[in-house]
Design a protein around this ligand. Structure first.
Ligand code: NAD
Length: 499
């Protein structure tokens, strides 16, 4: 295996462990290769292709050539191929879970849960091939039948984040292909090996060469090139900052663009809540997957009357969390050294601004954690808008407590964020629960539960800057990857049309 220093390239020609897959061929990237090291141990996991805009353009051209034949097959047939892919993911589950655990450092048990989510998404979308409903409607004109049907768009560019790699690929690849598009996938540079295996399995399951292409590389180069490329729809999951850049590029060309972005998700604890269960849910919301979930709860908004008792419970549970990459651990490392540094800087800035650090705040280096990117589960108190921790999504195991006097204030505080992805309320009052459901500005609202992600059949996406109005998962995902076509059939043989 050819290995370069981290971040260095070995030059063109060397085929890395995770090569590009273009028109069914394994290919190196024009910029050489880079390494992926485990964020749990620092050990080399493998090398991946570094692609430039030429590689991306080549993948897009191949996808364009392959698309019409794929689109000409019936949607039921495409669904059957995709069902075989879901079966293949299941059959190769151990291998995929190992790759994800190595690349992300997360406990294998968590990676296995994610595999299940990816497989279920596959089965759900494959089944949509036998529904794929349009609708019929009426016309004001006699002898005119009107129906509305879904039509493929063309080539889909798919750019995804690293946090839950297998579901991230599945959420985009399955619906994009079902709708009759071809696709070019640009996975995160942190998870190249699982992406490569996913695409290989797709080909083995019967997805034709060219219909699903894979290009690896750094976001600012390969990702940006895909956003700038000749695609017909671009679907992106990642940070709001990158989403804005992508939208600027695709918007200038009027390319349909789906953005699934971040969150700064509130969990409100009312003075009539079951505090033990609320604290359990808060810990899960904040720290599962090391806080690297767009749906993670990062703002605990607690009513005055129970603030101290809730805080005590939360601190107690947080102190008992086990950090590490073994299966008996509650949370693993964050995805990279850069991400860890970003979070440590955010904590330091909060500390300098006088924000109390109630728990954690430091890198963990004891024992098996010595060479990993581990942050102690961190709780802050009342970080203001003047510091990143109070304002921005940090995407790591950092959350904050906020004290409010009334339910109304809690709601206002929950909504006082540029994001609107998920929101949870803990209360015994059906009135408060219903008011929260109605007024919370979030794409997913939870009563007496953690800040959830989604299930395959439920539309998921955010209000405000958490997205741009599209939903992934559910039948609604098909709206990203198809255009509606209205069809008019005139069936009056005697109709005369005035010139
Ligand atoms: P990121 O925005 O840094 O990267 C996401 C992807 O974009 C990666 O593949 C990356 O290589 C690529 N990229 C980076 N710069 C690019 C550029 N200039 N042009 C094109 N592509 C570029 O995000 P991340 O750190 O990998 O993931 C965390 C973010 O993803 C968080 O904000 C999280 O909330 C969000 N996320 C959202 C959802 C959702 O469904 N709403 C789900 C998972 C993650």
């Amino acid at each position: 295996m050819v290995v370069s220093q981290p971040g260095e390239s070995t030059g063109p020609g060397a085929l890395p462990d995770a090569p590009n897959l273009i028109d069914g061929e394994l290919r190196g990237g024009s910029l050489g290769t880079a390494e992926r090291r485990s964020p749990a141990t620092g050990a080399l996991v493998g090398t991946f292709a570094l692609s430039d805009s030429q590689d991306v353009a080549c993948a897009v051209r191949g996808a364009r050539t392959a698309q019409p034949e794929w689109a000409a097959r019936t949607v039921v047939d495409r669904g059957l191929v995709l069902r075989r892919l879901a079966q293949a993911l299941e059959a190769h589950g151990d291998e995929l879970v190992d790759l994800v655990a190595q690349e992300t450092g997360k406990p294998r048990r968590d990676a296995a849960g994610e595999l299940g989510a990816a497989v279920e998404m596959g089965y759900f979308v494959a089944g949509e091939g036998r529904r794929f409903y349009g609708r019929t409607t009426t016309s004001a004109v006699p002898h005119k039948s009107v129906s509305v049907v879904r039509s493929p768009i063309g080539v889909a560019g798919l750019i995804v984040a690293a946090n839950t790699p297998l579901p991230n690929y599945a959420w985009k690849v399955f619906p994009a292909l079902l709708c009759g598009n071809s696709a070019v996938l640009k996975p995160s540079e942190h998870t190249p090996l699982s992406a490569t295996r996913f695409v290989q399995l797709a080909h083995e399951a019967g997805v034709p060469a060219g219909v699903l292409q894979l290009v690896h590389g750094h976001g600012a180069v390969a990702g940006a090139a895909l956003a700038d490329a000749d695609v017909d729809v671009l679907s992106f999951t990642g940070s709001a900052a990158v989403g804005r850049r992508i939208a600027a590029s695709t918007g200038s060309r009027l390319v349909k663009t789906c953005l699934e972005l971040g969150g700064k998700n509130p969990l409100v604890v009312c003075d009539d809540a079951d505090l033990d269960r609320a604290a359990d849910a808060a810990v899960l919301s904040a720290f599962s997957n090391a806080g690297q979930r767009c749906a993670a709860g990062s703002r605990f908004i607690v009513m005055d009357g129970v603030y101290d008792s809730f805080k005590e419970r939360l601190l107690d549970r947080t102190a008992r969390l086990k950090v590490g990459s073994r299966d008996d651990c509650d949370l693993g490392p964050v995805v990279s050294e850069g991400q860890l540094t970003f979070m440590l800087n955010a904590v330091e800035a909060a500390r300098s601004a006088g924000v109390p650090i109630l728990a954690g705040g430091q890198r963990l280096t004891n024992g098996a954690l010595a060479d990993g990117c581990y942050l102690a589960p961190t709780l802050l108190e009342e970080p203001g808008e003047d510091v990143a921790a109070g304002r921005e999504e940090l995407f790591g195991p950092i959350s904050a407590l906020f004290r409010v006097s009334t339910f109304g204030e809690a709601l206002d505080r929950a909504n006082a964020s540029p994001y609107g992805l998920t929101a949870a309320v803990w209360t015994a009052s059906v009135d408060r629960a219903q008011v929260f459901v109605e007024r919370a500005k979030a794409g997913m609202v939870v009563v007496n539960g953690p800040t959830y992600g989604s299930e395959p059949h439920m539309p998921f996406g955010g209000f405000k800057q958490s997205g741009n109005g599209f939903r992934e998962a559910g039948t609604e995902a098909l709206d990203v990857y198809s255009d509606w076509k209205s069809v008019v059939v005139v069936h009056d043989p005697d109709a005369a049309f005035a010139p």
